[in-house]
Design a binder for this molecule. Sequence first.
Ligand SMILES: [Zn+2]
Length: 427
Amino acid sequence: MKFLALLLCAAPLALAAVISEKVVTYDGYRVVRIATGGRVLFEKQLKSLDAVQLDPDTLAISPGDFPKFENMKLEYEILDKDLGASIVAEGGFSPGSASKRSVSSLDELKPGTFPSLAWFDEYHTFAEHQQWLVDIQDGFRENSELIEIGKSYEGRPINGIHLWGKGGKDSKPAVLWHSTAHAREWITTMVVEYLIFGLITGYNSKNDQVRSILDKYDFFIIPVVNPDGFVYSKTTNRLWRKNRQPHPTHSCIGIDINRNWGHKWEVITPASWSSSNPCDEVFRGVAPDMAPEVLAVTKHAKSLAANKGIKLYIDWHSFSQKILLAYGYTCDKQVPGYERSMSLAKGVAAAIEGAHQKKFTPGSSCRNLYQFSGGSTDWMQDVVSAEISWCIELRPTGWAGFLLPASQIRASGEEQWEGMMYLLSNM
Ligand SMILES: [Zn+2]
């Protein structure tokens, strides 16, 4: 996209890091959804615009380049007349807060008060999420530990929590949850934390269903897989998606963490939304597994698979309200156990709908979302043989897209809680 080109690509490499800190406000940017046919036909011209791609058919276009876009005479609808105003209304984007010191390890933090549901009334910074993990773990000391599975490109810890029930730690098959691999998908961290909160408070209050679930599985939950991108989305560019790793020869920054996993990474078809262009939102990296974040999560998953195996993997994303089975790389192949996994996904969708009447559509990634390779669920399915390997795309279905109002965090958590209680009790 050209706005990145202006910021980075034309700049000498030494300046790139400095210039890339320029805050992008998106004032006056319009969000448009383009009819697929036109999008494919005009791909090259669209890429030359000062714009950011939100999904294959949705772009946020700068006010300066909007006339150029209109001249293409494509069929489109406007989803948001002023993206900058929507970002301000959402809250949580704080330009300039980058200077605040980041945590380098959870050991540096002292536990405070056990979290309350009020946590889920607003979005939070990376440092606040780290403190939250320390606080909640302190209220479940006998049955949990904090884990650090690696470091991000910029050296931030990739942290999580490990929960277990009777029988002690590492004695049961693993349930593994990842969220915020894509930096701008803030709701995913909040929802996963809501699930952690529900599991811990449920176990502590002797809820029978929660106890039997935690007694059966070891949970490993990583709320922010992409800390550098997440911090950048908070301080500099609300719609940042990738990590913050420089390219070896090109000045565009970042690898799409959900395109860099080393299984079928090399498969790129004209229809797939994975790219070898470093400036694209879905840049897959110059080699598989080259993002340190991907290396950290794959190493961790391999260790779980080698121990008691992975019963369930979920990579939480937003948006579009879908429950996605592998595969993403091909539409021509079903995963082993497809019928059973689909039947569970339908049960989860019904449980979610029962909470707040939101419809979530189950199906394979390729057929139900779009084709893409180098994704986490394909890897978990085939490389470490996770019994169930899904991606869940959270609220909403249309625009506000990634800018889900904070007033919907609790309801999002509540409906996923219902979905997970169904899944974990029936799988
Ligand atoms: Zn995503």
